[in-house]
Design a protein around this ligand. Structure first.
Ligand code: GLN
Length: 245
């Protein structure tokens, strides 16, 4: 179990998502409320990626430390943010480079869940990756491998919806029982899946916030049902049913 979130809207300080709300990401790290699939705390690292105002390239800070032991700047402000706290799957290393967000070009990526039987079950799908992608995998984890597959399919010309949905469908075929809550943003859209873990979305005026758990008791929070692919902008949220996406 990890916890993750993504925000698009008017610029806010990172603290508005991480530490200020009563159940912000820093609180979710040690007191999560909806722990499907086990895990107690998210102490194996954290990361945050954000688009500086006016830029289409994200900046990123990651640490292998728990979020409460890391030094992150409260003064950064951004209108496009993705952040995650990690609880490493048993057998996967605790490294800075294994903490989300993973980054390629404009895309920030996070995975909450597990690929059952990794790495063996992904061997077939990994065959499509150029050897450079395997050699430069950020970390030897299921999440990094899933991002390599999504990134490769984006490069091959698939839309982000097609890339994410096809990786999820094929991973579930190869590794049944996997939990695949994926979360991406390119600073303009948020793409989020629900396969086995919780997710909620809050749309307020000109901002959208997608998070593993609601950050506060705002009445606009809505739980996203399982097996959905959500595509969100500050003004519009679309749900596709996975399998039909
Ligand atoms: N399996 C991933 C990892 O180990 C994600 C973990 C999680 O969601 N708890 O990094």
């Amino acid at each position: 179990m990890c916890r993750h979130l993504a925000y698009l809207g008017p610029p806010v300080p990172l603290s508005a998502l991480l530490s200020d709300p009563p159940h912000g990401l820093a609180h979710q790290a040690w007191a999560p409320r909806d722990m499907r699939g086990g895990g107690t705390i998210n102490a194996d690292g954290f990361g945050v990626g954000w688009f500086p105002p006016g830029s289409d390239q994200p900046d990123r800070y990651r640490s292998a430390m728990p979020i409460w032991g890391s030094s992150w700047s409260l003064r950064v402000e951004s209108g496009a943010i993705l952040a995650a706290v990690r609880s490493a799957t048993v057998g996967m290393p605790i490294l800075e480079t294994a903490a989300a967000p993973f980054l390629a070009g404009r895309w920030l990526f996070s995975h909450n869940g597990v690929v059952r039987g990794f790495p063996g079950t992904l061997a077939g799908m990994a065959g499509e990756l150029p050897v450079e992608d395997l050699l430069t995998l950020e970390a030897p984890t299921d999440s990094a491998a899933l991002f390599a597959l999504v990134r490769h399919r984006l490069r091959a010309g698939k839309t982000v919806e097609e890339a994410v949905a096809s990786v999820i469908t094929e991973t579930l075929d190869a590794a049944p029982g996997s939990r695949l809550n994926l979360l991406l943003t390119d600073g303009e859209r948020i793409i989020a899946s629900t396969v086995g873990h919780s997710l909620s979305v809050r749309v307020t005026g000109d901002a959208v916030l997608v998070a593993s758990e609601p950050l506060d008791d705002h009445p606009a929070w809505e739980a996203v049902p399982d097996r959905r692919l959500l595509i969100a902008t500050p003004h519009d949220v679309t749900h596709l049913t996975l399998g039909e996406a």
